[in-house]
Design a protein around this ligand. Structure first.
Ligand code: HEC
Ligand code: HEC
Length: 276
């Protein structure tokens, strides 16, 4: 038995789908979302890309169809309060300089992006304001305050297609992300692709494997009852295959964020999504 097969056996991967509503249409307040679409041309091994939403059970899917039922909005509301909160040596709040958070419409759909040769995420942009413009201490990369604020800002792009750039200045970061995506790591010697490309639609233990898309992030997980970030999720997946995860906010995870986002180009931003 080769390494891949033994790893799969160890994880009890079982073919055949469970009871998820794969044909269901995600509609929120009468607005329909793109949850499946032809894969972007850079993807060699996949014809159709799917939002993680289609792989979830009916009950989990439903929580996302009504903002009153969606538990993520408790945290989004906290970020709305934070938006007006003065913090740091400059005595400023976000709203002192940015009149309306809705002005960030479209921003999340194009992130991460390259600025002056550096790959920047939404978290980096917020922290730049927190430290340099407010004179406060950096917010923890996947901490509660940052997760909620990035969810609020990303939410302004809900319904818009993911559209990250992968060429020009972004190309070298994207290549690094791609390399990480396909490199087998950890005791189980598995790559992201072994689960999210080779096996989406199959069951892994009690979980229905998705393509590991990030269009719903930051999102609420029923498992830990809080907002989860992409880097937090990457970390969890790497730990599950008993690899040593990269650090949240590291160049590796930012490159991986860009690459994974690019595999979702065309899917609707769903932030804040709900997953198990
Ligand atoms: C002292 C003024 C000031 C404060 C306070 C401030 N910002 Fe900014 N912010 C700016 C400026 C100036 C820019 C860069 C120009 C721009 O894109 O608007 C910026 C850029 C941003 C961007 C990137 C926008 C883009 O399109 O690239 C985000 C996101 C952002 N701020 C979020 C926040 C958040 C969240 C807070 C509060 C925690 C905050 N800012 C506080 C002035 C401020
Ligand atoms: C052993 C299989 C396995 C490997 C390898 C793996 N994951 Fe996952 N991943 C899962 C499972 C199981 C889930 C939860 C169910 C789902 O959404 O697929 C998940 C969920 C995700 C999600 C959340 C998707 C959503 O819609 O909420 C992302 C993003 C993700 N993985 C990215 C990655 C990345 C990036 C890597 C490589 C560093 C990776 N995964 C490696 C099993 C794996």
């Amino acid at each position: 038995m080769n390494k891949m097969l033994s790893a799969v056996a160890a994880l009890a991967l079982v073919a055949g789908s469970a009871t998820a509503g794969e044909d269901a249409i995600l509609s929120i307040d009468g607005e329909n979302f793109v949850t499946q679409i032809a894969a972007p041309s850079h993807m060699e091994n996949v014809d159709t890309i799917f939002s993680g939403w289609v792989f979830r059970t009916d009950e989990t899917q439903e929580l996302q169809t009504d903002d009153f039922d969606n538990p993520a909005f408790v945290f989004v509301d906290q970020a709305i309060d934070q938006w007006d909160t003065v913090e740091g040596s400059e005595g400023k709040s976000c709203s002192d300089c940015h009149s309306d958070v809705a002005d960030f419409v479209g921003l999340k759909a194009t992130l991460p992006r390259v600025e002056n040769g550096e790959l920047v995420t939404l978290t980096n942009l917020v922290n730049e304001c927190v430290t340099e413009r407010m004179g406060s201490k950096e917010w923890k990369y996947s901490g509660g305050k940052m997760s909620a604020m990035t969810a609020l800002i990303a939410h302004q792009s809900r319904g818009m297609p993911v559209n990250v750039s992968i060429d020009g200045d972004a190309a070298s970061h994207w290549e690094l992300g791609k390399e990480i995506y396909y490199t087998r790591v950890g005791q189980l010697q598995m790559a992201c692709a072994n689960c999210h490309e080779d096996n989406f639609g199959n069951m892994i233990r009690a979980d229905h494997l998705s393509q590991g898309q990030t269009n719903g992030f930051p999102l609420y997980r029923l498992k830990n009852a809080k907002i989860n970030t992409t880097h937090g999720r990457f970390k969890g997946c790497m730990s599950n295959i008993r690899a040593t995860p990269y650090k949240e906010g590291s160049p590796e995870f930012k490159a991986l964020e860009l690459y994974v986002a690019s595999r979702g180009n065309g899917l609707s931003v769903e932030t804040p999504a709900v997953r198990n």
